[in-house]
Design a protein around this ligand. Structure first.
Ligand SMILES: NC(=O)c1ccc[n+]([C@@H]2O[C@H](COP(=O)([O-])OP(=O)(O)OC[C@H]3O[C@@H](n4cnc5c(N)ncnc54)[C@H](OP(=O)(O)O)[C@@H]3O)[C@@H](O)[C@H]2O)c1
Length: 336
């Protein structure tokens, strides 16, 4: 098969198309012929060497959609030919609250989806939501799962609550917006681009501020009626995390799953206890989260936000686009 193989850490130019061995399914496994993959910021962290436990060479990519090509022993042969999306949360384990010791994310060390073929446990494949294109379906898995668990399983968002999502251009952030609106919440956002703020409002955001303006915290406070949002879904980290703790309403909750701008320098614990805040950590999601998340796409009312599609061979250009925070939503790779 053709695949993008990462052999060295560094710039996007290191993502090169090569011939790689076809995977064959072992017991309990399926091989999927991919039609599309999608990028996550994780792929960039790995490429740049800023991720734990990197093993090279590797094939990146956690998101994929395609057609089941072959199945291994013990797997229903009727799956062959089915159109599927892949849950990239591998071996989550039995505990709904957190993953077990064998947990891995598809796409390093396990060969990922920047390839024509990928091998996964058959329990990780799910029917592709009808009515979505291949790129849209491939956009869902990692970011959709993470946003769903953060917003629903962890923060337990309810209709009428105000949810604040900083950095709305991000892939996971756009899913949090879609899901929060579907749940009937009010959504406020920030972005470093006024154009992205407008696009978020077109998707249902109720207000926003540009985080490059010094007054963004006050603007979000004002837009939330003065008392601050009930929930924050944060992957920006850094100073933004502390600003969110400042912003949250009394009794509010913040679900955090990333630190794009680095770790929070100093958490103001006095605000945390005085306002009786709930600080929630979350990563990816359980098989039950994935199934519940995918069900939100069943009635055709939700469409993942796809920013742009590149041919697989141009994965380096796709990474450059993510390096520059150029995207609004997910960046897709089309696989020949
Ligand atoms: N733990 C997990 O399971 C998990 C899962 C998914 C993602 N993550 C992490 O979550 C983060 C987002 O991932 P992603 O794939 O959605 O990334 P992405 O698509 O590259 O999004 C990153 C976004 O961060 C925003 N941003 C950058 N600097 C900012 C600042 N100073 N203030 C506010 N926003 C800022 C930008 O928003 P604008 O474009 O609007 O300016 C940018 O689009 C990454 O750190 C990733 O590693 C973790």
């Amino acid at each position: 098969m053709k695949a993008i193989v990462l052999r060295d850490l560094g710039g996007p130019e290191l993502l090169r198309l090569e011939d790689a061995p076809d995977p064959t399914p072992g017991p309990g496994e399926a091989v999927v012929r991919l039609k599309a993959a999608a990028l996550n910021h994780r792929d960039v962290w790995i490429r740049m060497g800023q991720y734990a436990g990197i093993k090279l060479p590797t094939i990146l990519g956690s998101d994929g959609a395609g057609v089941v090509e072959a199945v291994g022993e013990g797997v229903d042969a009727a799956l062959v030919g089915r159109e599927v999306v892949i849950n990239p949360s591998l071996d989550w384990g039995d505990d709904e609250r957190f993953f077990g010791p064998n947990f891995r994310i598809l796409g390093m060390p396990d060969g990922g989806t920047y390839a024509q073929l990928v091998k996964v446990a058959a329990t990780n494949i799910h029917p592709k939501p009808a009515g979505l294109g291949w790129g849209e379906a491939a956009a869902i898995p990692l970011a959709g799962l993470t946003a769903y668990r953060a917003l629903v399983s962890r923060a337990q968002a309810k209709p009428g609550e105000t949810v604040f999502i900083p950095g709305i251009g991000g892939g996971a952030a756009t899913f949090a917006l879609l899901f929060a609106k579907k749940l009937g919440a009010r959504v406020l956002v920030t972005s470093g681009s006024d154009e992205k703020l407008e696009r978020a409002q077109a998707l249902g955001a109720d207000g926003g501020a540009n985080y490059k303006d010094a007054g963004w915290v006050e603007k979000i406070r004002e837009l939330s009626g003065g008392q601050g949002p009930d929930i924050v879904i944060d992957a920006v980290g850094g100073e933004t995390y502390n600003a969110c703790i400042d912003l949250l309403s009394a009794g509010g909750r913040i679900a955090t799953f990333g630190a794009t701008t680095g770790p929070a320098p100093k958490v103001e614990t006095r605000r945390v206890y005085w306002k009786q805040l709930n600080l929630l950590g979350t990563t990816m999601g359980s098989p039950a989260d994935f199934t519940a998340m995918l069900a939100l796409f069943a009635d055709g009312s939700l469409r993942p936000v796809v920013d742009r599609a590149y041919p697989l061979a141009d994965a380096s250009a796709a990474h450059r686009h993510m390096d520059e925070s150029g995207q609004f939503g997910k960046i897709v790779l089309e696989i020949p």
